[in-house]
Write a protein that binds this ligand. Structure first.
Ligand SMILES: Cc1cc2nc3c(=O)[nH]c(=O)nc-3n(C[C@H](O)[C@H](O)[C@H](O)COP(=O)(O)O)c2cc1C
Length: 215
């Protein structure tokens, strides 16, 4: 694995964002899609893993965790989780969040700041219906972020819920999707001698201002 990553790193170590000027002259979603597609094509481990950071409104304490990006919409990044989890409580009180993608083999990082909202329940239903039955039962069984007495309790609960839904498993109200609407992106490309490229897109009304910042 590490050899594979080293090879990719070598291939891209003089990767120049100027060469991508067509991508970067368009919009940041287009640029994101290009980078994401390459991350998938070049077999980065878990290319859709993303770190979501939230900040608790009262304590001002930041908190980060890995999630899977499930959909890239025209103007939003969608993920799914428990609506009563710690992250959900934090996002309810403070909808400002950040997303961080890191593809080590490409020496690339994308930072996104934005505002989160819940997606339409029908969209959450559609995604939930597409999940394997075991994941659906897991969503019901897990009181995410709450104290759990024992692993056996969790497994037993999943079995009991399976009996309640012998056929189709309905989506629990407490589980669904969120969409992050970005206000700022930063694309970071590792380059030799620490002269890395950093390109920022900042939203101003319906336009994106773009500029470079120092590494
Ligand atoms: C690779 C990976 C993918 C994950 N994907 C998700 C996900 O899509 N949704 C989710 O709720 N938790 C996911 N998790 C678990 C979260 O990192 C986290 O433990 C959980 O959401 C509870 O976070 P909270 O207590 O801050 O709310 C994932 C963890 C890893 C390591």
């Amino acid at each position: 694995m590490s050899k594979h990553l080293d090879r990719l790193r070598d291939e891209h170590k003089d990767f120049d964002l100027n060469a991508l000027s067509d991508v970067f002259s368009k919009d940041p979603f287009f640029a994101f899609q290009e980078w994401f597609d390459l991350a998938c094509k070049s077999e980065q481990p878990e290319p859709n893993a993303v770190v979501l950071s939230t900040v608790d409104q009262l304590s001002m304490q930041p908190s980060s965790r890995v999630l899977y990006l499930k959909e890239l919409r025209k103007k939003a990044f969608v993920f799914y989780t428990n609506y009563q989890s710690n992250k959900a409580l934090e996002m309810e009180s403070n909808p400002k969040v950040s997303l961080l993608f890191f593809w080590p083999g490409l020496q690339r990082q994308i930072r996104i700041q934005g505002v989160v909202t819940k997606i339409d329940p029908k969209e959450s239903d559609a995604y939930f219906d597409s999940r394997p039955r075991s994941s659906q039962l897991g969503a019901w069984a897990s009181e995410q972020s709450r104290v759990l007495k024992s692993r056996e309790d969790l497994e037993q609960k999943s079995i009991e819920i399976g009996k309640e839904f012998p056929e189709k498993v309905e989506r629990p109200d407490f589980w669904g999707g969120y969409a992050v609407a970005p206000v700022k992106f930063e694309f970071w490309q590792g380059r030799p001698s620490r002269l890395h490229d950093r390109i920022v897109f900042e939203r101003s009304k319906d336009l994106w201002n773009t500029y470079r910042i120092n590494p």
